[in-house]
Design a protein around this ligand. Sequence first.
Ligand SMILES: Cc1cc2nc3c(=O)[nH]c(=O)nc-3n(C[C@H](O)[C@H](O)[C@H](O)COP(=O)(O)OP(=O)(O)OC[C@H]3O[C@@H](n4cnc5c(N)ncnc54)[C@H](O)[C@@H]3O)c2cc1C
Length: 446
Amino acid sequence: MNNHTYEVAIIGGGVCGTALLYTLSNYTNIKSIVLIEKEADVASLNSHTNSNSQTLHFGDIETNYTLEKAKKVNAGATLVKNYLLTKDREKKIYTKYHKMVLGVGAEQANKLKERHQKFKQLFPDLRLIDKQEIAVKEPKILAGRKANEEIVALFTKEGYAVDFKLLAKSLLDNSSNSTDKDIKLLFDTKVQQITRADELYKIELGDRTIRAKVVMVAAGAHSLLFAKSLGYGLDYALLSVAGSFYFAPGLLKGKVYTVQRKKLPFAAVHGDPEVHNSAIARFGPTAKVLPMLERHNYTTICEYFQTAGLSLKAVLSFLKILSDPIIFKYIAINFIYDFPIIGKRLFIEEVKKIVPTIKLNDLTYAKGYGGVRPQIVNLNTQALEMGEAKIVGNKIIFNITPSPGASTCLQNALEDTEKLIGFLGDGYQFNRTQFLNDLSTQAATR
Ligand SMILES: Cc1cc2nc3c(=O)[nH]c(=O)nc-3n(C[C@H](O)[C@H](O)[C@H](O)COP(=O)(O)OP(=O)(O)OC[C@H]3O[C@@H](n4cnc5c(N)ncnc54)[C@H](O)[C@@H]3O)c2cc1C
């Protein structure tokens, strides 16, 4: 094992790392791959069942997505959907629910009407529905509202709640272990350091060192720290936005989103029935800025500050972002949502935007739930970058995956596989056509 040289090393066994292993092992002629995960199991952090909103985001009801962005996310989410339809016939990983985004008042209603016109070609199942139909689909949404309030919704029955941890397990189980391949899984193994020497990457694991020709760092927020240690991504820092949830039973039949707010990615509250229990809805996520790379793991505070760099440029960027009154007010109030007693009393006002008649007793703080969205701060523009960040270095890729990173895990795997094959050079091939055929709608409906 010592000094073993792999063709590819994947650092991080979340849904993205396992999607890449699945793709590399089944659709390329790469022979030796090592996946290194510091926890005892796959998907123990952001991809864990309890950490995220369990939504397969297609871009149809996410009103902060432009048409361009929605096209990309839709393509990625469709790969995951087709994977699930093909490999999870017993529906253990996902549950299908209807979903909608609610427009309340003339301004939001007009926004949704315009959006429908623009997006209906991309999403033929998306329908604009009126009050009467909303009342049938989700009776609790209309109870207690003013009779003359304008309300519409963009509705589709194509909603998927996904247990991304089980998806990661499935991707791992379906990775090829054919005898001509050397696929090594190292759990409970933390990568301490990555360095480059003699045209290879040296990966320090504490008790041993392994080598790899090319490396994929799929370690969520930790990816940026590794990038910086190798001189990449120096113009980035992270705003770690922790998300908490509140549970409420028996209120919703499907996923209900609200119109997203400008400047604030994924800030608007939504209600999502649990993937494995339709009787309980999860409302959230909140957005609490914390100086940590991992939720509930205080040992990552130090790593957070190492990632931020604490340079003048970083401090100025954070100050600029936080001096925006909309962002500041939002961050301040979200901080309080996690407080006992008062948090619930404030957060209920957000939930009332979906279920006006909800009572305090209906809400329970989901203790221990919620991960951290690593939002990218660009130190040059001093602004938040809303998408995912991929830093490509010399035969190494670093993925930092805020939401909807789980929905696009197979799309990322496809793009990263192409890059990694390119890094490896002559003689290496990726059977992209087979990958896309196996995850096509035809394959899923066979
Ligand atoms: C509140 C919230 C709600 C969200 N809702 C959604 C949603 O509804 N839909 C959606 O698509 N996305 C959602 N997301 C985003 C989604 O959860 C992430 O994009 C996705 O899980 C990222 O997967 P990943 O594999 O990149 O990272 P992770 O799941 O975080 O995996 C990274 C792995 O790297 C490992 N690692 C880190 N450092 C090391 C090291 N030094 N050595 C070895 N291993 C290491 C970690 O242990 C971890 O297992 C949400 C996120 C949050 C926080």
